[in-house]
Design a protein around this ligand. Structure first.
Ligand SMILES: [Fe+2]
Length: 557
């Protein structure tokens, strides 16, 4: 390929000029685009374009490429093109931040390298000024071995979607014989590499494995994605200083693993990276005069270690669980989820968005924010019904029921890894929302369940500060799969004030539509993840109205 005297190299997601000497090592052998194309982090005037070039020699050095982006409408002008070089230092991934675009405009884009052209992608810039509505698909939790990515394909087939929000667990770090093993074996769909991801090479291979999936490629090619990681992009239940699924004795230094995981993430995901390439990926997007979206980071910048029932719920001198001691640890105001810098950024952003006249502020967030106590199954269903269901289940099911019952009886949270594990930080966040007089819609991933929640600033009474839509996984199994027949979602809704409705079994995504006066969250499910033939269904839809004095209640429609 002919190159200009000074050409561009993609470095940490930015395109920078480098001397022409880099041309000397350019790979001229065969290449392929095996991982599709993607776009992300759209603004009114720019968007990230992404692809990965697979050379015929894995250790090939630099590969020159060109890209072009063409408006889909008939208005003249606005096409862009450019060229660059990628190399093994970034796993031959390509990321271009294309600037100078028009707002609210759809484009197609593609890449070419060594005479080979990539699949074509579609993307779209954000609107400015007056907008009728905004449509977002909210996705999370795609365990490769958990089944086929039918829900990603369903997103690709949406007639209208302005952007896809991915709230994390895009990959899982587990070995194939770990989480999801039985389904993976049944479908012969096991992730690479064939062990836990620890090193940079491992995480790169796992990302490549996911992006070799045609259904996921289709979703990436459909619309720009706006992403955050959750825990499994590094390791289960991660926090600043470690993770539940990280043993320094066998897995080595946590900081080295975290850095490797995040380097691979930046290489393989269409995200605009923070200037210091650190972990603070909190960032904002504005959709005309309808909504601002704030993507928050709650894992690797500030999060303190989770409390756990096994470690922190001790037995008191009277032989009973020391609930007061546990709650004292849980409620410690020093325990952080977002940290002071992010709180200050969010507080200022919420205020600015409201001041600019946008009716909605969306929080793109990883874990469930509502107060949710563990479900008391026996209390809600009666012993007889519980025993009837347990009779047909393996012995482990009884242990699960009894363990849940024990926590429920103490009125303790369902998920200490969720916001319930950081109540002081949650109160600080609620204060920011109230100070800004914002109408906040929280969207959450992580839990493998659908939720429609109302969030209050006090356990009893108080003010409704936000509504929350939690999205089920694309494939990741529901948390109560071992308790077949137990109506856990219904029980959670019946026994928790903030849970208006929940489904703990289905797979799919949330389709979020915002007009100036109303937010609408639709639970879209796929009929199966065990076969590529499937149907989609609008399971339930909820709305809330914008209010000058705060967001209205959730209504089932
Ligand atoms: Fe997950």
């Amino acid at each position: 390929m002919r190159m200009s005297r000074r050409h561009a190299i993609s470095l940490f997601g930015l395109t920078a000029a480098v001397p022409a000497m880099a041309r000397a090592a350019a790979h001229t052998g065969a290449v392929a685009f095996k991982h599709g194309v993607a776009s992300g982090d759209p603004l009114a005037d720019r968007v990230i374009l992404w692809t990965r070039i697979t050379p015929d020699a894995p250790d090939a050095d630099s590969i020159a490429y060109s890209w072009k982006l063409i408006p889909m409408d008939r208005r003249a002008g606005g096409a862009k093109s450019g060229s660059g070089v990628t190399d093994a230092s970034r796993d031959h991934t390509v990321k271009v931040d294309v600037a100078g675009l028009d707002p609210e405009r759809s484009y197609t884009f593609e890449f070419t390298a060594n005479g080979v052209t990539s699949p074509m992608g579609r993307t779209r810039t954000l609107p400015t000024g007056s907008v009728k509505d905004v449509v977002l698909a909210v996705a999370t939790c795609s365990l490769y071995s958990g089944g086929y990515f039918n829900a990603y394909e369903a997103i690709a087939k949406l007639e209208r979607v302005d952007a896809v929000l991915h709230l994390g667990d895009y990959i899982y770090e587990y070995a194939p014989e770990g989480y999801g093993y039985e389904t993976g074996k049944l479908l012969n769909r096991q992730p690479e590499p064939a062990h836990d991801c620890i090193t940079l090479a491992d995480y790169r291979t796992r990302h490549a494995c996911h992006k070799s999936d045609g259904q996921l490629q289709a979703a990436h090619a459909r619309a720009p994605w706006i992403v955050v990681w959750d825990d499994h992009e590094t390791a289960n239940d991660s926090y600043v200083g470690g993770a539940q699924h990280h043993n320094p004795v066998t897995d080595g230094d946590w900081n080295a693993r975290k850095a490797a995981a995040i380097k691979a993430y930046y290489e393989w995901m269409p995200i605009r990276e923070p200037a210091d390439h650190g972990f603070a990926i909190n960032r904002a997007f504005h959709f005309g005069d309808v909504a601002s979206l704030f993507m928050v980071e709650t894992r690797l910048t500030a999060r303190d270690q989770q409390v756990t029932y096994d470690r922190d719920l001790k037995v008191g001198p009277d032989g009973k669980p020391d609930v007061a001691g546990f709650k004292a640890r849980l409620n410690d105001p020093k325990r952080k989820m977002m940290g002071a810098a992010q709180e200050a950024w969010l507080g200022a952003g919420l205020k600015a968005s409201v001041k600019a006249g946008r009716p909605w502020q969306i929080l793109g967030n990883e874990v469930i924010m509502a107060r949710v106590n563990a479900p008391g199954l026996r209390g809600a269903m009666g012993d007889e019904s519980v025993e009837k269901l347990l009779a047909d289940l393996p012995a482990a099911a009884r242990k699960r029921v009894d363990g849940t019952e024990r926590i429920a009886a103490l009125e303790l949270p369902y998920g200490p890894d969720m916001w319930d594990g950081y109540p002081a930080d949650r109160q600080r966040l609620y204060s920011l929302i109230k100070a800004a007089r914002a109408n906040v819609v929280v969207v959450s991933g992580d839990s493998h369940a659908f939720w429609a929640n109302e969030l209050y600033d006090a356990p009893v009474g108080g003010t409704r500060v936000a509504v929350e839509f939690g999205s089920a996984g694309i494939t990741s199994p529901g948390p109560w799969g071992d308790l077949k027949g137990f109506p856990v979602g219904d029980i959670l809704a019946k026994t928790n004030r903030e849970v208006i409705d929940s489904n703990q079994d289905e797979k799919g995504f949330v389709l979020l539509t915002l007009t100036k006066t109303q937010v609408r969250g639709e639970w879209v499910t796929v009929s199966t993840v065990m076969d590529k033939t499937y149907t989609t269904k609008s399971l339930k839809t909820f709305t809330a109205d914008h209010g000058a004095r705060g967001i209205g209640p959730l209504k089932r429609v």
